[in-house]
Design a protein around this ligand. Structure first.
Ligand SMILES: *Cc1c(COP(=O)(O)O)cnc(C)c1O
Length: 374
């Protein structure tokens, strides 16, 4: 007989969220099958209305994924070849990828040592006469001081794009992620705080003209409401009705799930206060939604291996700063020391709304023991 397996604490468990949403999803799916409207249609429009209202913006445009949300936003803003777009060095690769897909050049900005987000001065350092947009990424579900960031983009005369792929429901001084920028971009990849049962994304904006351009770009450049008149070169990046149905079913649950994530994050912060692990801090005025619970440790690989032995799953988001990845090295303009150092030290601990008190206790204990053997 084998020894009883240690009960693992997974890094992420989507099952409880899926189960909570499933009855409503199945009712919507039955309606979709009945109507035969699989692409677009009433449920997509309903989700777009609800998502715009949730974010506090005039419009939401559903698209196929978060990368397209960013890429099409840049195109709707007129960004193209010869233009530069400032992006954080510490982000998921899709932020920089979207800039290249739009034909422009990413310019990497370093990040703050406490929040690991861009600051006014790191953005300013990355500006040039060719800058046509700045993308602020609400990484880990955290937002920077948005007044400060907007002051820089306004002075530079360029639009602010929010990459809020990890920050559904986050806010800064009571205004939600996505509502500060000229556009706010979301991914609903299954693992995000609000996740579909597949790929999905959306853009929010108060600008009716940009919303109309995005509706055309996502649908082969069609003129509004006309099936065979194509007025620009677009693509196919529509939001499927089956995914909109999942998002509609989950949206009423999002605030409760985010509150549960914040409770776990508060426990971690409290328990780690005396340990040599450093939690990523919230900017003043920010209400983060902890897509990830990121800590920094001196010997990351050893730390992760010890946690794995004790049955605690971890991740790294992300092990290489964007400007140091081979395909993006051509866009590198110099060292970005804070992002580079952080990439070597960060670890993401288990974080999802249905983590039990017992699971949190086991993570805390394992982290304490991993620190003790130093
Ligand atoms: C997930 C993510 C994206 C890309 O979204 P997809 O839906 O996977 O295309 C972009 N930016 C950030 C910060 C992300 O976390």
């Amino acid at each position: 007989m084998s020894t009883p397996a240690v009960e693992r604490v997974p890094f992420l468990d989507l099952h409880p969220m899926t189960t909570e949403a499933l009855p409503a999803v199945q009712r919507h799916w039955a309606d979709i099958a009945e109507s035969g409207r699989f692409v677009g249609g009433e449920l997509v429009e309903r989700f777009e209305r609800d998502w715009a209202a949730y974010c506090g913006t005039g419009h939401a445009v559903g698209v196929a994924n978060g990368t397209d949300a960013l890429h099409l936003s840049l195109r709707a803003l007129g960004v193209g070849p010869g233009d530069e777009v400032v992006v954080p060095a510490n982000t998921f690769v899709a932020t920089a990828e979207a800039v290249v897909l739009a034909g422009a050049t990413p310019r990497f900005a370093d990040v703050d040592d406490d929040t690991l987000l861009v600051t006014p001065s790191t953005v300013e350092d990355a500006l040039s006469p060719r800058t046509r947009a700045v993308i602020a990424v609400h990484l880990y579900g955290q937002m920077p001081d948005m007044a400060d960031i907007l002051a820089v983009t306004r002075r530079a005369g360029v639009p602010l794009v929010e990459d809020a792929a990890q920050a559904q429901g986050a806010s800064w001084r009571g205004v939600r992620a996505g509502a500060y920028g000229t556009v706010g971009c979301f991914s609903f990849y299954p693992g995000k705080n609000l996740g579909a049962f597949g790929d999905a994304g959306a853009i929010v904006t108060d600008d009716a003209w940009i919303a109309a351009a995005l509706r055309s770009l996502r649908d082969h450049g069609r003129a509004d409401g006309e099936h065979v008149r194509h007025v620009r070169i677009g693509t196919n990046s529509r939001l499927d009705a089956v995914q909109a149905a999942v998002l509609l079913a989950k949206l009423p649950l999002l605030d409760g799930w985010n509150a549960a994530r914040r409770r776990v994050a508060a426990r971690y912060a409290e328990e780690f206060a005396e340990l040599p692990v450093r939690t990523v801090t919230e900017a003043p005025g920010a209400h983060g939604v902890y897509h990830l619970a990121v800590v920094r440790v001196a010997d990351r690989d050893r730390f992760r291996a010890r946690l794995a032995e004790m049955g605690v799953g971890t991740g790294v988001h992300y092990p290489t700063a964007c400007h140091e990845m081979a395909p993006y090295e051509a866009f590198r303009t110099g060292p970005l020391p804070v992002a580079e150092r952080a990439a070597a030290e960060i670890v993401s601990l288990p974080m999802f709304p249905h983590l039990t008190d017992e699971q949190v206790r086991r993570v805390v204990k394992a982290v304490g023991e991993a620190c003790d053997d130093h």
